[in-house]
Design a protein around this ligand. Structure first.
Ligand code: E4P
Length: 201
């Protein structure tokens, strides 16, 4: 039910938010890792040591690359590793291969219902529609979440909707209203979820 993931590779921020008892997982990507200025595997290890049990680790390159890197990361970090692949023909082939081996796969960079259909057929555990980036391009990011969630429900698909690229508290709450199973958000947005002017009063 309503899982909250943090979209960050900042270990001290993860530690701080983890203490609330309300965080269910972490999503990272190459940009977030670069921003942390750290080695990606050191970051994953520290996040695992904090106690997180679901960490999205993005792999890139050819299908073969994504498969071998995904398997290696799973071997190294075990069940906490969710392998994140892009919604491309190679990414979905890697998704099918890794999923068959019982590895959780998060298909990322999803911008359409059609892509969510293909991701589910490839055995994805999670599909990540990018709300903020869809909005940036003058389409409705939350509508995309709603459409995918509705379709998955109607088709009894077990792939979970993980709303990503969230920029604000209102969108985070709405993503759940629209049927997201998981919402990943920067720590700042998570902090903001507590706030209401009337509560303060
Ligand atoms: C998703 O899993 C990505 O890590 C992330 O949400 C992308 O967000 P951005 O559009 O802010 O880069």
């Amino acid at each position: 039910m309503m899982k909250i993931f943090l979209d960050t590779a900042d270990v001290s921020e993860i530690k701080r938010c983890w203490k609330t008892g309300l965080i269910d997982g972490i999503t990272t990507n190459p940009t977030l890792i670069r921003k942390s200025g750290r080695n990606h595997e050191e970051v994953y290890q520290e996040i695992k040591d904090i106690g997180l049990t679901d960490i999205s680790m993005e792999v890139i390159g050819s299908k073969e690359n994504m498969i071998s890197e995904g398997k290696r990361l799973y071997k190294k970090f075990g069940k906490v590793a969710t392998i994140k692949v892009p919604c491309t023909p190679d990414g979905l082939l890697a998704c099918a291969n890794l999923s068959t081996d019982g590895i959780r796969v998060n298909v990322t960079l999803v911008f359409s219902v059609a892509q969510a259909v293909l991701s589910a057929k490839a055995g994805a555990k999670y599909v990540s529609p990018f709300v903020g980036r869809v909005d940036d391009n003058s389409f409705g990011g939350l509508c995309l979440v709603k459409d995918i969630a509705k379709l998955y429900r109607e088709q009894m698909v077990t792939t979970e909707v993980l709303a990503a690229s969230l920029r604000g508290v209102r969108d985070a709450a709405r993503a759940f209203e629209y049927g997201s199973d998981i919402v990943t958000m920067p720590p700042k947005v998570f902090d903001g979820m507590y706030n209401h002017v009337l509560t303060e009063k």
